[in-house]
Design a protein around this ligand. Structure first.
Ligand code: SF4
Length: 401
């Protein structure tokens, strides 16, 4: 085998001398990786699908989001929008409603826009190469490589946070956010991807990329890698002796919301506030009306919960006006009357709710919890992905922490 076709374990510019450089045989690496992957890959609803649209939806959902949270939304989303055409024809509000709870709603908006573009300009068919996919609205470097290799078999590396971590540990290279550091990871990943196109129904590049991501998500975990279960242990330079990146500092913030319900005959309605269309976060989505903290001083909330968004923990209290004493609570809502709407609780599932509003309404049994089929619990690392809590119903109207 030629030296140029091998993965260099240490960068040429590494402080170590050239003699300290070792090389990894990509064939042996791929053999071990794929044999492990065939035996241990999780069964996920987007694995083995032949429809590129489904691969696209799953890859967009998986950005910043854990697999368990994606499964529920992926199945529901595809039931509602089974084709690119169905997605393109839907109203944005419907798309956001199906995305509710996944967070990072810009992804849903861009997915919708790209579907409209594909239907209008490309007759409804996705481009087949990473370079062409990159020209679509909202499709970044990671997503275009993932679709091109997984759906169309193009030999391009897919690099997410998991793959980057695996490669850095394999090579013993420190994390480096500079262009040189990114170039190094790109070079290492590209050296490992099989060159073959799809042959005899085998998508070597797509399978390899999925196996790399699976290794990072289930074995080469961020804080405690399971090195003794690692199929490429003998080829790894660090074997758990890597430098653990420090956690981002977590911030805490208190927040208060109003839960106001009313009855109209047999119909129950809840008061919701629509976020402004020009706000940078969750524009146009519905939430419970926020309350100023000084308006709830000394009151007992009906529900307490923690809600994490990236590196901020929101300690949320929900108050419900009951009786004459609580009239001031309703008046304390600072939102303009035009931004407040009474919404039938039976409509909540089809409304673009913020993740927090959905969580609160489900905890308090105001909104139904959709049944979720989760895979067997496994260790799993997010892929530069945030965490989303699964919703669970709690005792009605009881404060809980
Ligand atoms: S041996 Fe450990 S550190 Fe190295 S790639 Fe495998 S899991 Fe990661």
């Amino acid at each position: 085998m030629q030296a140029t076709s091998r993965l260099q374990l240490l960068d040429a510019h590494d402080a170590h001398s050239a003699s300290a450089r070792t090389e990894l045989d990509p064939h042996a690496f791929r053999r071990r990786l794929m044999s492990w992957y065939r035996a241990h890959a999780r069964e996920l609803p987007w694995r083995g699908v032949t429809d590129p649209y489904r691969t696209w939806v799953s890859e967009v959902m998986l950005q910043q989001t854990r697999v368990a949270a994606v499964i529920e939304h992926y199945n529901n989303f595809l039931r509602r929008f089974p084709t690119i055409v169905a997605l393109a024809l839907a109203a944005e509000e419907e798309v956001l409603a199906a995305w509710s709870g996944l967070g990072y709603y810009r992804r849903a908006r861009m997915l919708h826009k790209a579907a409209q573009f594909i239907v209008q300009e490309r007759g409804g068919s996705l481009p087949h190469t990473a370079a062409e996919l990159r020209t679509l609205p909202g499709i970044g470097e990671y997503t275009c490589a993932a679709i091109a290799s997984i759906a169309f078999g193009e030999s391009v590396p897919v690099i997410d946070g998991n793959v980057e971590r695996v490669l850095l540990r394999l090579t013993g290279r420190a994390e480096d956010a500079t262009a040189a550091g990114r170039g190094f990871v790109q070079q290492q990943a590209a050296a490992l991807v099989p060159r073959r196109r799809v042959e005899h129904n085998v998508n070597a590049a797509g399978d390899h990329n999925q196996a790399m991501m699976e290794l990072g998500a289930t074995i080469c975990l961020p804080r405690a890698p399971l090195c003794l279960h690692c199929p490429v242990f003998s080829m790894c330079q660090t074997r758990g002796e890597h430098i653990t990146p420090s956690r981002a500092v977590q911030r805490s913030r208190p927040a208060a919301y109003l839960l106001n319900l009313r009855k109209r005959g047999t119909i129950t309605e809840v008061l919701l506030e629509r976020r402004a269309q020009d706000t940078s976060l969750m524009a146009g989505m519905y939430e419970l009306p926020p309350l100023p903290l000084d308006a709830v001083q000394g009151r007992e909330p009906m529900l307490r919960l923690r809600h994490a968004i990236t590196n901020t923990n929101y300690y949320v209290q929900v108050f419900s006006p009951r009786g004459r004493y609580d009239r001031g609570l309703r008046r304390a809502v600072p939102a303009a009357r035009a931004d407040l709407q009474w919404v039938r609780t039976s409509r909540l599932l089809s409304l673009p709710l913020t993740g927090l509003a959905r969580k609160v309404l489900q905890r308090l049994d105001v909104m139904a919890v959709q049944p979720v089929r989760l895979p067997e619990p496994e260790p799993e690392a997010p892929v530069r992905r945030g965490r989303r809590s699964s919703s669970r119903p709690a005792a009605k109207l009881k404060p809980t922490y």
